[in-house]
Design a protein around this ligand. Structure first.
Ligand code: EPU
Length: 461
């Protein structure tokens, strides 16, 4: 398993480019199963979760061609199976996104329940409730969701859950409704930019979806969807993570291909903390004044502060003098990174779904363990700011959602070394020097790097 050595205390300087959005791309790839033809996706990020989705679609019978320009061609004409196996779905919860597409394509689907998760309790009852409202007959059998429907029919569906709307649930139901007979209204629909991108993809393929980006989405079912070419939106969470990396190191970084319009709450929060932020439509310039003002933050569904940035903000607030708080309303238990930040000298106490943070003047290096994707990013940020050399284990979590993260940061002046910690004598073995010195496009494993990824039995999230 890979780990990072991070030498802290180097302000980040320079410019960096954001990749395509993981959370937009995954449900779109899944939806291509409902199109009896060809789909071309551009700006697909090279991530482990994308490889897992690729394996899942291939296991179902789709053909995928990953091109060197970052585009992916998906041909679902020969898809014959409607089964999504446990071995793949358990590795990545987004695997459940194939449920809606398979059900619409075949009238039946057998999709493994995703299983446990590191960031808290994550039921899929709203996905099932929505599909049932459209006329699917759903039962659980041997750890699998078995869904059947001769003809899905439009309906009035409310997808509000105890923690707000559901992102992938909205995609699943939207997908099914797009090919159902008649008119569907989804109330309490998720409004995230990734859901909007999903709807735009379907509309380009011939769907008739309106109200996207609001909490009431209307869908007029169509007979079939056709071939489509779509460019995936840039990743607002990667852009935010890079912005916070600049802020925590008091650096000066220009972030290109940043979807700044979708980042209003994140950027406003940084400004309120005293960070200098300048934006255009797709660039973000974060400058190095030390954040001075503690904040009380609430992670909420879009347009609120994203839960996927909560851990990174916790790292940053740990370095801001005064008392801050972060409450996570989306995943109230998503705080496993807090204990690791405390190991680095942060002063954090968890009470229910709220973290109380007393800013410290300096974080100090420590050996720490990543527990999930965003927790890994938070630990890297903290290590960049800490005094001394930190060791971050289990960075395979990071590879699920950030392409060439350490290379991008190193090009901005960070000192991060990826090493393999599995050598027999227990002394971590550095990878070849070139892995730390070259451009992101060649530094990270290619999208075909299945052997390397297959070695990791990842915890799902
Ligand atoms: N929920 C239910 N019932 C459901 C579905 C969700 O109660 O049927 C609850 C969840 O337990 C949670 C809340 O509703 O408390 C929101 O969950 P949601 O369904 O929106 O999450 P998701 O669709 O499974 C996506 C992202 C996550 C991101 C969340 C929230 C993808 C592939 N994943 O998950 O991304 O945190 O939305 O924005 O889109 C990440 O990238 O690190 C990540 C975890």
């Amino acid at each position: 398993m890979d780990m990072f050595f991070v030498e802290g205390g180097h302000p980040l300087h320079g410019s960096v480019r954001v990749d395509g959005s993981k959370n937009a791309c995954l449900p779109i790839m899944a939806a291509s199963l409902a199109i009896n033809g060809e789909v071309v996706l551009q700006q697909v990020p090279q991530l482990r979760d994308i490889v897992t989705m690729r394996q899942l679609l291939q296991s179902i019978g789709a053909t995928l061609d990953f091109r060197s320009d970052g585009a992916v061609q998906i041909d679902s004409r020969n898809v014959r199976s409607s089964v999504a196996p446990y071995e793949l779905v358990r590795q990545m919860r987004a695997g459940v996104c194939v449920l809606g597409p398979l059900l619409t394509r075949f009238g039946h689907a057998r999709v493994s329940l995703p299983g446990g998760c590191n960031i808290g309790h994550r039921p899929i009852d709203l996905h099932l409730r929505g599909l049932a409202a459209l006329g699917a007959d759903i039962r659980l059998e041997g750890g699998y969701i078995v869904a059947e429907a001769r003809q899905l029919r439009g309906a009035d569906v409310d997808l509000c859950g105890p923690h707000g709307p559901t992102v992938t649930g909205t995609c699943n139901v939207m997908m099914a409704a797009a090919l159902a007979k008649g008119h569907t209204i989804i109330r309490s629909a998720a409004r995230e930019p990734e859901v909007q991108d999903f709807a735009q993809f379907l509309n380009r393929a011939g769907a008739r979806i309106s109200g996207v980006g609001t909490s009431i989405v209307e869908i007029q079912g169509v007979e079939q969807l056709h071939n489509v070419c779509h460019t995936v939106i840039p990743d607002r969470i990667e852009a935010a993570t890079l912005a916070l990396a600049a802020a925590i190191t008091r650096g000066n970084v220009m972030i290109h291909n940043a979807p700044t319009m979708d980042m209003t709450r994140v950027l406003n929060t940084l400004v309120e903390m005293g960070v200098t932020v300048d934006t255009t439509e797709n660039t973000l310039h974060v400058r190095g004044s030390a954040p001075r003002f503690p904040r009380f933050l609430m992670a909420e569904p879009y347009p609120g502060l994203p839960t996927d940035c909560q851990a990174q903000f916790m790292a940053l607030l740990s370095t801001v003098p005064g008392r801050s708080e972060i409450t996570d309303r989306v995943f109230p238990e998503r705080f496993m990174h807090a204990a690791e930040l405390v190991r680095m000298g942060a002063d954090i106490h968890i009470h229910g779904n709220t973290a109380m943070i007393n800013g410290v003047t300096r974080l100090s290096a420590a050996p720490v363990m990543a527990s999930d994707l965003r927790a890994s990013a938070a630990l890297v940020l903290a290590a960049l700011a800490a005094e001394g050399r930190s060791e971050i284990r289990r960075v395979y979590h990071l590879d699920r959602g950030y392409h060439a993260f350490e290379t991008k940061l190193n090009q901005l002046g960070a000192h991060i070394r990826r090493v393999n910690d599995e050598c027999a004598n227990g002394i971590p073995r550095p990878h070849s020097a070139s892995r730390f010195a070259v451009a992101p496009t060649v530094d990270r494993p290619s999208i075909d790097g299945q052997t390397r990824f297959a070695a990791v039995d990842a915890d799902p999230e």
